[in-house]
Design a protein around this ligand. Structure first.
Ligand code: UT7
Length: 327
């Protein structure tokens, strides 16, 4: 049986760090509120000359290096993002040029915070259909450019960064990507959205004045849906693989709120050390959060061959997804 396997991971975060303390001097908030309500202590912020594609390419290069492959070995580059450099071309095309991945096709996937798992699921199916394919899968966001810095209910949450994996076929039946599941409920789109910059409204002064180019979120409602959807995504993945909570070696969930991660940990009956947490350092980086966490877990030696890894995400759309991987 052909399975796709992660040959290398990589990540990149912009050098500039914005701490909760610094936010205290910008808006009416406190380090204590942000830390206890979200688990976030700081976030990375891209500088003006760092577009999404640059972050994505750096993460991609790191993943290729670990995989021992060159950009020219890649058949496809898929970038999960909702903060592209521009509406056209795709960020993936700009990454393809930046890396010199001459043979690779390239496209973006828009599924907000579930973007990376959607991209991973597509790449997994590609490889099963065409086992010679080698695919660079990236989740990358520059959320700071879509953040309303005067809205304290959202601006403390988000950060910029990118993570990547290199995927290729493996003949080993009991390792690699074991399952992927994707879900959406578009009826609830207004609870988490960037209304402007698309074709449903004109880009004009009025639109900018209303701040429609910024992320809007009904945090309390999103929270309720997120915990339910993440739990159901996790249960679906366990069931599909005949795994129980006890089988999981590492839960790598979207880093949106430490309280959501704690809820998931309890529902799955996991000890604290089996839940990977780096929200304190990066905040919510949307599609980048899972691949950044995966890369940190991998490089720090937390992940070991044979480990059962469960990834789950939830985001705007709504979208939610899972991937079960035997490392
Ligand atoms: O990545 C996609 C998925 N995203 C998520 O899953 C995010 C889900 N939502 C959340 O994580 C949480 O809802 C938030 C962290 C966004 C907000 O936490 P909360 O506990 O739901 O707070 P809240 O919105 O219910 O607000 C509670 C209070 C309010 O004050 P009053 O009305 O009780 O007086 C807010 O005005 O906290 C106030 N507040 C703040 N206070 C200090 C809201 N933001 C801040 C802030 N600093 N930054």
């Amino acid at each position: 049986m052909i399975r796709s396997r992660i040959l290398g991971t990589g990540s990149y975060a912009p050098r500039k760090v914005l701490s909760n303390k610094e936010l205290e001097s910008m808006i009416d908030t406190t380090d204590e509120w942000i830390t206890t309500r979200t688990g976030i202590r700081q976030r990375h912020i891209a500088s003006d000359d760092e577009p999404n594609s640059l972050l994505a390419a750096k993460a991609g290069r790191n993943a290729l290096e670990m995989a021992g492959l060159s950009a020219e070995d890649m058949d496809l580059i898929i970038v999960g993002t909702f903060t592209p450099d521009m509406p056209m071309p795709s960020t993936a095309c700009l990454v393809q040029a930046e890396l010199g991945a001459k043979r690779a096709g390239a496209f973006d996937v828009v599924a907000a915070c579930s973007g990376f798992l959607h991209a991973l699921a597509i790449a997994d199916k590609f490889i099963k259909a065409e086992p010679t394919q080698k695919i660079l899968v990236i989740g990358s966001e520059v959320l700071s450019r879509r953040t309303n810095w005067s809205d304290r209910s959202t601006c403390v949450l988000f950060g910029d960064g990118a993570g990547a994996v290199v995927l290729a076929a493996s003949e080993e039946a009991d390792s690699g990507v074991m399952s992927t599941h994707l879900h959406a409920d578009g009826r609830l789109w207004e609870l988490l959205t960037v209304r402007g910059l698309g074709t449903s409204c004109m880009v004009d002064e009025d639109m900018l004045k209303q701040g429609l180019h910024y992320i809007e979120m009904n945090g309390r409602e999103v929270f309720k849906h997120a915990v339910r959807a993440l739990e159901s995504a996790a249960m679906e993945a366990l069931e599909a693989n005949g795994w129980s909570g006890e089988d999981i070696d590492l839960l790598v969930a979207h880093q949106a709120n430490i309280r959501i991660l704690e809820f998931l940990r309890e529902r799955l009956g996991l000890p604290r050390e089996k839940v990977f947490i780096n929200i304190d350092k990066y905040g919510n980086t949307s599609a980048a959060s899972i691949p950044i966490a995966l890369d940190e877990a991998n490089r720090s030696g937390v992940l070991k061959p044979g480990h059962k890894v469960l990834m789950v995400s939830f985001g705007g759309g709504f979208t939610w997804a899972s991937a079960a991987v035997t490392w």
